[in-house]
Design a protein around this ligand. Structure first.
Ligand SMILES: [Ca+2]
Ligand SMILES: [Ca+2]
Length: 77
C-alpha cells in the first residue's frame, strides 16, 4: 500500500466521521442507540463502556449521551 493511498483512506474515514458514526449506527432510526446498534458498527465498545455512556441508565444512548461520549473520547465522532 502506498503512502498516498493510506492518506486517502484516512481522509475518507475522517469524512465518514463528520457524517457521524453515531447517526449511521441508529439502525432503526428511532433517534437513540441501543447497545446492539452501537456494537454493530463499533464492535470495540463493550457493555461496560456502553453503560458508562448511558448516563441515565435507560439502556439507550440519546443524542446528548452520544455527544458526551464523543466529547469524552469514548465513541468516535
Ligand atoms: Ca435505534
Ligand atoms: Ca440513556
Amino acid at each position: 500500500m502506498t503512502r498516498s493511498s493510506i492518506a486517502t483512506i484516512l481522509l475518507s474515514l475522517g469524512l465518514a466521521g463528520a457524517v457521524s458514526a453515531a447517526t449511521a449506527a441508529d439502525a432503526n432510526g428511532d433517534g437513540v442507540l441501543t447497545i446492539d446498534e452501537v456494537q454493530a458498527v463499533m464492535p470495540d465498545i463493550t457493555a461496560e463502556s456502553f453503560n458508562a455512556m448511558d448516563l441515565n441508565a435507560d439502556g439507550a444512548l440519546d443524542a446528548a449521551e452520544v455527544q458526551a461520549a464523543q466529547d469524552a473520547g469514548l465513541m468516535p465522532a
